[in-house]
Design a protein around this ligand. Structure first.
Ligand code: WAQ
Ligand code: MG
Length: 266
């Protein structure tokens, strides 16, 4: 626990557009293997093979490492992506996000939130009351970075997820990402669905509800996906929030509960 770790970050592009990314925190002994795995991800992405791959490796001294816990996870089964979005909308509303802000986030993600109508590289920051977009760069957005599980927590998480048939990298990485995002007190909720055409699942997350996944938040074959971080706009220290999300190092050493799937009922 007291050792230095390397922060490993990967960003891949294809035809000058965001393709894939990845973030790991690993000890020196695991760096080579972790790097190779991220390079492979960029080469074998369902939207095609990367033509640019950027890797960044930075040593993190022990004093800079914060420790944290995963959000609890549950799944609501829905009939199709429309019902999934209705359900996510309800839970976001109940969490205090305004109707307008939820609609704005869903519309942006559905239409491609980057200025060219494609998926952004990072997330939107959305004012939970007005629905206004607050991120400085609408193509890049805000990247949550420098977070990972300890090897022990990862093994436990994989075993628990495996019991539910959910042990895949989309679920693991999204759960880790949401757990870092909701560790920022300024963030009230997150909404996400994948930009991978063959992955229809998505989630909403709050500190109270945890990570709530829906197997369908978009139609199969759709390449537009994205993330919205809902924030209290009044008095927001945006630079402080972005510094936490992008730079603070969070090593997650405790998992939360992994619930079974239940039917959504409105
Ligand atoms: N920080 C902020 N936004 C990001 C990051 C990041 N590190 N990585 C990706 N995004 C944004 C970006 O706009 C992508 O287009 C979008 O999120 C989707 O990214 O079954 O696979 O990596 O429980 O495609 C969620 C459901 C899967 C998992 C999410 O996202 C489940 C997924 P993807
Ligand atoms: Mg993707």
């Amino acid at each position: 626990m007291d050792e230095s770790l390397y922060s490993l970050r990967m960003h891949a592009r294809r035809e000058s557009r965001h393709l894939s990314g990845g973030e790991r925190l690993v000890g020196a002994a695991d760096l080579e293997k972790a790097t190779a795995a991220l390079v492979r991800r960029a080469l074998e992405h369902p939207r095609g093979r990367a033509d640019e791959i950027r890797l960044a490796v930075d040593l993190v001294p022990p004093a800079e490492i914060r420790h944290g816990r995963l959000l609890d996870l549950r799944t609501y089964l829905v009939a199709d992506y429309r019902q999934g979005r209705q359900a996510a909308r309800r839970l976001l509303r109940d969490a205090g996000i305004s109707t307008g802000a939820v609609s704005a986030a869903m519309d942006w993600i559905a239409q491609g939130a980057a200025p060219d109508g494609r998926a952004m590289r990072g997330a939107m920051l959305i004012d939970a009351e007005s629905g206004a977009r607050l991120e400085a760069d609408p193509a890049r957005g805000v990247r949550a970075s420098r977070m990972d599980l300890t090897p022990t927590a990862e093994a436990e998480l994989r075993a628990r997820l495996g019991e539910q048939g959910l042990d895949n990298s989309h679920v693991r990485e999204a759960l880790v990402l949401a757990s870092k995002v909701l560790a920022a007190p300024q963030v009230l909720a997150e909404l996400c669905w994948s930009d991978d055409p063959d992955y229809t699942a998505g989630y909403m997350a709050t500190r109270d509800l945890g990570y709530v996944r829906f197997p369908q938040l978009k139609p199969l074959g759709e390449e537009r996906g994205g993330r919205a971080f809902f924030v209290r706009g009044a008095g927001l220290d945006r630079e402080g929030l972005v510094a936490f999300l992008e730079q603070a190092v969070l090593l997650i050493d405790r998992i939360g509960t992994i619930g079974g799937a239940e039917e959504w009922r409105d």
